[in-house]
Design a protein around this ligand. Structure first.
Ligand code: NAD
Length: 264
């Protein structure tokens, strides 16, 4: 593997209009990186607000709206970001969705839709970023969103859990293939983070289990040894490390950052 030639300067974070992605974008800006904010066009206003926050931290920002499941849109997004910021050094493939349903009720269409974002989207973002980084010649950092359910599924989150297991496999394969270019590929595995995604999971689990709203997250939170639900900043701190030269000797890993729910 060649040495990482440069300190990363420019990052792209997908699904960064809210939640964990937003927190990662702001943390990378605080670390001194310029940041491109991706989200779906329907969430464009939120993405622009995050870009303004990045600029208020004294960094450059650009907004690159695209659906990560659309190959052409992802290629266009990466080209735009490299043109706007000058290079792409860090790709955070964060965008993802969750469905909560018994496996026996999941339709083929729902399964494909979830995989198109959580797996195909990560595959497309990893590949477009790697092609760009190889062309630039200076190595890079590729980082993906896995989950604790990438190690041990939650019931009623079957396809979601399978998509995160697949992200773990993809991350390992990409790390093997792209080490020769000085590109490291790692993933973060959050546990139970208080975002819109967990609001949705909580609501659906409560419906399925006949519980009141809020009860499901309380029940699952009992699994957290550190005794509190995660906040997006817990994850962003670890992604900050993965995006920095301090992690140059680490690749192919999917690391739990979950307050001690699941152990690898
Ligand atoms: P969130 O729902 O709050 O935010 C996800 C963002 O992704 C939204 O802004 C959404 O508009 C965007 N998005 C959705 N589909 C997209 C697409 N096709 N293209 C581009 N953007 C798209 O979710 P979050 O909790 O911030 O989760 C972020 C990532 O972390 C996801 O991959 C999720 O699976 C993972 N994760 C979350 C938790 C948790 O507890 N919240 C735990 C483990 C893993």
């Amino acid at each position: 593997m060649s040495d990482q030639a440069t300190t990363p300067r420019n990052a792209l974070v997908t699904g960064a209009g809210q939640g964990i992605g937003k927190s990662i974008a702001l943390r990378l800006a605080a670390d001194g990186l310029d940041v491109a904010i991706n989200d779906i066009p329907a969430n464009g206003e939120a993405a622009r607000a995050v870009a303004a926050e990045v600029e208020s931290l004294g960094r450059r920002a650009t907004v690159a709206l695209a659906d990560v499941s659309d190959a052409q849109a992802v290629d266009g997004m990466v080209a735009q970001v490299a043109a706007d910021l000058g290079s792409l050094d860090v790709m955070v493939a964060n965008a993802g969705i969750a469905h909560v349903k018994p496996l026996l009720e999941v339709t083929p269409e729902e399964f494909d839709h979830l995989m198109s974002i959580n797996l195909r989207g990560v595959h497309l973002c990893y590949g477009a970023a790697a092609r760009r980084m190889i062309e630039q010649g200076g190595g890079g950092k590729i980082i993906g969103a896995c989950s604790i359910v990438g190690y041990r599924p939650f019931p009623l989150l079957g396809p979601y859990s399978a998509s995160k297991w697949a992200v773990r496999g993809l991350t390992q394969a990409a790390a093997m293939e792209w080490a020769q270019y000085g590109i490291t590929v790692n993933a973060y595995c959050p546990g139970i983070v208080g975002t819109a995604m967990w609001d949705h999971i909580d609501e659906k689990l409560a419906e399925n289990e006949g519980l009141r709203k809020g009860a499901a997250i309380e029940k699952y939170s009992e699994l957290i040894h550190l005794g509190r639900v995660s906040v997006p900043e817990d994850v962003a701190k670890f992604v900050s490390y993965l995006a920095s030269p301090d992690s140059d000797y680490m690749t192919g890993q999917s690391v739990m950052i979950d307050g001690g729910v699941q152990f690898s």
